[in-house]
Design a protein around this ligand. Structure first.
Ligand code: BGC
Length: 757
């Protein structure tokens, strides 16, 4: 389709009309020119396609579909290939259902355990979130349908989400909140991006030209269209100028008219309108020209895939005395309503109308396992009666192992509001305590989308974090509990001991105007590690039924320039007696830097399957970004020359291998000096030092400074260390105030001219 030719035939009114939805889920058609409407649908872990009559009011009013594990779970797989497969399946379903775009992945950083939508977000780490999102996008888009990467940007809480300003400094945005989006755009070129509801430093994302045009398009090279989150538009003409192509849902023509008005009044350039049309039409035709509604959608096959994926995501957090895996012939009690009715997805726009679900109880029965069931608590009433607890305790006593299915009910975490604390329901904690007191072989299976407090952790033998594992979660749980699948998930987020430990604790939620991101770059493990704090479970952590050994760390070079790549190789060996999958993680740390930096940051990971006794080499490739931090002076990534540690191991807190590489920067950060510049900074800057050192010597000679012996009293008053420190922190103007001499003033002026030339 010749999009330019098409646009040239459109009236201003038609062009403006194209820039908002035709209804809740469709782009507009322009019948006169044969431009078709296309449909979008929520996801991202399945389809929430609402039929034409349904509207946004009924969350469950959508077609029967397959609910895959949510991003809280899939990210814990640390397996991009797996997520790619899930994306392909969802892409096929989109083709079958004539959907042009699935609304997701949602990749906002998990800044606090409290964010209501954490369950659909990936991680506290931007590199991990970016890699997993990229794979998902590539999977979906390989089927010639698009995704909408959301919510761009800084939408890390639900509280006041449509009005609050996320106030954040440039470096923190670039290092923490942007990279997942940046990676997704650069490596997977999503068809669309959804801008967030919130403001960013005062300006709505939907009107933010810096965000939507300068960063997203000019810097990162985004080619698709930007759509608004549903109802995120405040000033539509400002949005058009900013680069917000499509307003969703329909605006009843009101905002279309405002666009026309603004163009006629000369406050909006018609070229901006044309550009939005072009970007929307490119995608409309990319879909329609490749539509394949004959693509089959085998829901049973996808259910089986959902089970396979869910099993790969589960994180074994504790397994004392190798209580797990369970033997298939032993007497086991499944306790807790989640065993019968698992919580497998979150509430809100990502809620999927599953065509079927499999609970752990059903899966166990199907597999012929000897399982008795006690309900333990009621999710609906959020309570456990004495009788329910007594029944659970009796069941636990009669069995060799008691498995309590617990976690967060729907009402505890959902789109639209944040959690109030990190606690699980009191009735469930009480149940776990009672069961653990009755049977030392107590296992807890958790269904939740973000960290919970575990006051009972010392009294249970094992904990399996199943997250929100999708409609087949029961099958996956049973496979893992009984060892058909060896758990290989690792935490994509830190579990703090208590909420107050979380770095955003003092600021999260903010006030009526804004939420300030005052913890800066120190999100998640970047904070806990730097502060050397104990956590309940660290980022990257996860156990297996086998053991792995990391050895033989090799670097391709001891010294590189920041334009070079560095290859890092390690050997991973399965030292146990079961086949399993290790997640080798690589972290980089700057040994010494002017910028305040985390101790270590994840810069590579690989999941590797190993038979007992088998070992394999795993290779990581690092580049400038692996070492750089964002420099606000040059508004770019910058590597400070010096040594960097490369650590490899099984989690952020278990890194047995360490090597050092020296990286030489090829970029000179321009420095401007003034009379307020201090000696230390002049000496630290190689270029400045060559000018400053001879100057300083000359000054000392000229004024007889320095070399003479100090009296004892003088030594006592000002020790050598103190003297050195005072010199270090001395500004150039100090020379003038302590040597009030026209000659010195002239010399300093000359020096500055030379330094700044
Ligand atoms: C959510 C989006 C979602 C949209 C459409 C909004 O409220 O924030 O994630 O895609 O609704 O349902």
């Amino acid at each position: 389709m010749d999009i330019q030719a098409l646009i040239s035939q459109m009236t201003l009114e038609e062009k403006a009309s194209l820039l908002s939805g035709g209804d809740f889920w469709h782009t507009k058609a322009v019948e006169r020119l044969g431009i078709p409407a296309t449909m979008v649908s929520d996801g991202p872990h399945g389809l929430r396609k609402q039929d034409d009559k349904a509207d946004h009011l009924g969350v469950n009013d959508s077609i029967k579909a397959v609910c895959f594990p949510a991003a809280c779970a899939t990210t814990a797989s640390f397996d991009p290939e797996l997520v790619r497969k899930m994306g392909e399946a969802i892409g096929d379903s989109c083709q079958h259902e004539r959907l042009s775009v699935v609304l997701g992945p949602a990749i906002n950083i998990k800044r606090s355990p409290l964010c209501g939508r954490n369950f659909e977000y990936c991680s506290e780490d931007p590199y991990l979130a970016g890699k997993m999102a990229t794979a998902y996008i590539q999977g979906v888009q390989s089927r010639n349908v698009g995704v909408s990467v959301k919510h761009f940007a800084l939408n890390n809480q639900e509280h006041r989400r449509m009005s609050s300003s996320s106030d954040c400094d440039e470096r923190t945005m670039r290092e923490i909140y942007f990279p997942a989006f940046e990676m997704a755009v650069k490596e997977a070129q999503p068809w669309t991006v959804m801008c967030s509801y919130n403001r960013i430093n005062g300006t709505f994302a939907s009107e933010n030209r810096w965000l939507l045009t300068d960063v997203l398009r000019k810097e990162w090279g985004f080619q698709g269209y930007v759509m608004s989150d549903w109802g995120a538009v405040s000033n539509r003409p400002a949005g058009v100028h900013a680069g917000l192509d499509l307003e969703m849902p329909a605006s009843g023509g009101i905002n279309d008219a405002k666009i026309v008005e603004a163009v006629r009044a000369g406050t909006l350039d018609e070229k901006d309108v044309d550009l939005c049309c072009e970007r929307i039409l490119n995608i409309v035709y990319r879909y329609t020209e490749n539509a394949k509604p004959e693509t089959p959608w085998d829901q049973e096959a996808q259910h089986a895939l959902a089970a396979d994926i869910a099993a790969e995501c589960m994180v074994l957090l504790k397994n004392e005395k190798n209580l797990l895996p369970l033997a298939k012939d032993e007497q086991v009690a499944f306790i807790g309503e989640f065993a019968e009715k698992p919580r497998f997805q979150g509430g809100g726009s990502s809620h999927i109308n599953s065509f079927k679900t499999t609970s752990a109880l059903e899966a166990a029965k199907e597999a012929g396992l000897q399982v008795v069931y006690a309900r333990g608590y009621s999710v609906k009433e959020d309570a456990a009666t004495e009788a329910q607890i007594a029944e659970a305790v009796a069941a636990a006593k009669a069995a060799r192992v008691a498995v309590v299915f617990a976690g967060l009910p729907d009402a505890y975490e959902s789109e639209g509001y944040d959690r109030k604390n990190m606690d699980m329901p009191a009735c469930q904690n009480q149940l776990i305590e009672a069961v653990a007191a009755a049977n030392p072989n107590t296992v807890v299976v958790l269904h939740n989308g973000a960290p919970v407090a575990m006051p009972w952790i010392d009294r249970v033998a094992a904990v399996l974090e199943a997250y929100l594992g999708g409609q087949a979660v029961g099958t996956a749980t049973v496979r893992v509990l009984y060892g058909d699948v060896n758990p290989s998930g690792h935490l994509a987020e830190s579990f703090p001991l208590k909420l107050q430990d979380n770095p955003s604790y003092l600021y999260f939620g903010g006030d009526a105007r804004a939420t300030e991101y005052r913890e800066g770059i120190f999100v998640g493990y970047r904070y806990y590690d730097k502060k050397d704090m104990e956590v309940l479970f660290p980022f990257g952590y996860g156990l297996s039924y086998t053991t792995f050994e990391y050895s033989n760390l090799r670097l391709s070079a001891q010294e590189i320039r920041d334009t070079d790549e560095l290859t890092v190789t390690v050997t991973v060996k399965n030292t146990g007696s079961r086949a399993g999958k290790a997640v080798a993680q690589l972290y980089v740390g700057d040994v010494e830097s002017d910028a305040i930096r985390p101790l270590r940051e994840l810069k590579g990971f690989t999941k590797v399957a190993l038979e007992p006794g088998e070992s394999r080499d795993v290779t990581f490739t690092l580049n400038k970004r692996s070492f750089a931090s964002w420099n606000e002076k040059i508004h770019d990534w910058h590597v400070e020359s010096g040594d960097f540690t490369i650590q490899v191991g099984a989690s952020s807190r278990e890194l047995p291998l360490c090597a050092c590489v020296r990286v030489q920067s090829t970029v000179q950060v321009p420095m401007t000096y003034s009379v307020d510049s201090i000696f230390m900074d002049l000496m630290a800057d190689e270029k400045a030092r060559t000018v400053f050192e001879p100057f300083f010597r000359k000054l000392q000679e000229g004024f007889g400074g320095g070399e003479e012996e100090k009296s004892e009293a003088a030594q006592e008053a000002v020790s050598d260390d103190m003297g050195a420190a005072m010199m270090n922190y001395m500004p150039l103007r100090g020379l003038m105030s302590f040597n009030a001499n026209p000659e010195v003033i002239r010399m300093v002026e000359q020096l500055l001219a030379q330094l700044n030339s």
